[in-house]
Design a protein around this ligand. Structure first.
Ligand code: NAP
Ligand code: G4F
Length: 346
């Protein structure tokens, strides 16, 4: 029997890796997408075209986590075996600017999904994209499943709400609802306003004379950065267990934003201090200073380990963005594109 998965946030970084992996495993994948005036399916377009997944099925449906009726209808139409709730306004800094919208999507959106499942078929397995941001002002290091939460942004508060809704639906209605508490994970598909991709995009453009400066905020913040493709494998594993549970997914290694910038520019034979400038606009009203995860439960119970480590992750992102910058340079040299000189405000 073909298994069906419904993925919210399928056009995002994680959604694209997860969709690829589910299709490879033989799933029929259904994705929720938002209507916009331009196409936003760049990260998943290849799934229609790759010959090795020719026989697989990917179906996209318009909807929004803010529209509960639409979610219920979709749940009935798709009748999935597994639901992965990855959709979110996922940018922490933006959540300070749009707190109510963020709460609607990140917090109530999860509740709408859980209700749609409960009313349609409570046997559906549900994965919630929980976040290490929930640990916020950390009370211990490393952080594990037993570490108390202290969220530091509207986004993180919304994620804590969703985490507890998933626990409550598990306990109250015996539903298979789980959270992966994922620490930061990156890739060449990472959104360009998150700090790692912002750095690799800028450094490679600087290398090719397409940009002069990179403006950043807090260089001292430390994160436990892994590779998104490894982390989406963990999402699937979490839904394959006999009993539903919550798991921390992390590498157990932390590095500062400064180290990430240093490593990136070093790979390009550039001195990062000559190109990086401080811009107070990127400071947050409340900061999460450090995150480092203890994924020993996932290692023991899921058999999950991260394959890609920090150095390899930075190399992978630099290599991919250098290719993009070369393509851009060709267009500029041919007079088909003008140069955006700096990255301020992005
Ligand atoms: P992302 O690249 O920002 O993707 C977010 C996805 O959510 C996009 O597909 C976006 O659609 C969709 N979305 C936004 N608002 C929506 C709405 N109102 N209704 C339906 N869909 C909506 O995020 P990601 O890095 O892949 O992360 C996936 C999930 O994991 C998110 O929930 C994030 O909060 C969580 N998480 C991420 C990390 C990390 O380090 N990446 C760590 C822990 C947890 P559009 O393409 O139309 O914008
Ligand atoms: O890359 P970031 O924006 O990621 P952040 O805030 O850690 O959130 C990401 O990871 C979470 C998991 O822990 C996810 F839940 C969330 O959805 C998202 O994917 O910022 C990382 C650090 C922060 O401390 C920030 O203050 O980098 C610092 N930073 C310094 N300069 C910057 C910048 N961040 C951004 N985005 N842009 C800057 O110029």
């Amino acid at each position: 029997m073909t298994r069906r998965a419904l993925v919210t946030g399928i056009t995002g970084q994680d959604g694209s890796y997860l969709a690829e992996q589910l299709i490879e495993k033989g799933y029929e994948v259904h994705g929720l997408i938002r209507r916009s005036s331009t196409f936003a399916t760049e990260r998943i377009d290849h799934l229609y075209l790759d010959s090795h997944v020719e026989s697989a099925k990917l179906f996209l449906h318009y909807g929004d986590l803010a529209d509960g009726n639409g979610l219920s209808r979709l749940m009935q139409d798709v009748d999935p075996h597994e639901v992965y709730n990855l959709g979110a306004q996922s940018h922490v800094a933006v959540s300070f600017q749009n707190p109510i919208y963020t709460a609607d999507v990140v917090a109530l959106g999860t509740l709408r999904m859980l209700e749609a499942i409960r009313m349609t078929n409570p046997k559906i397995r549900f994965y919630q994209a929980s976040s290490s941001e929930m640990y916020g002002k950390v009370v211990e290091t490393p952080q594990s499943e037993t570490t108390p939460f202290h969220p530091r942004s509207p986004y993180a508060v919304g994620k804590v709400y969703s985490f507890w809704q998933a626990v409550n639906y598990r306990e109250a209605y015996d539903m298979y609802a789980c959270s992966g508490i994922l620490f930061n994970h990156e890739s060449p598909r990472r959104g360009e306003t998150f700090v790692t991709r912002k750095i690799t995009r800028a450094a490679t453009r600087i290398k090719l004379g397409l940009q002069r400066k990179l403006y950043l905020g807090n260089l001292d913040a430390e994160r436990d950065w892994g590779f998104a493709g490894d982390y989406t494998e963990a999402m699937w594993l979490i839904l394959q267990q006999d009993e539903p549970d919550d798991y921390v997914i992390a590498t157990g290694e932390r590095h500062s934003v400064r180290e990430f910038a240093h490593k990136t520019f070093e790979l390009l034979d550039l001195d990062w201090e000559k190109h990086v400038e401080f811009d107070p606009r990127y400071m947050r009203p409340a900061e999460v200073e450090l995150l480092e995860g203890d994924a020993s439960k996932a290692r023991k119970e899921l058999g999950w380990t991260p394959k890609v480590r920090f150095d390899e992750l930075v190399e992978m992102m630099v290599e991919s963005d250098l290719e993009l910058a070369k393509q851009e340079r060709t267009l500029v040299d041919a007079g088909l594109k003008s140069i955006e000189w700096n990255g301020a405000g992005r």
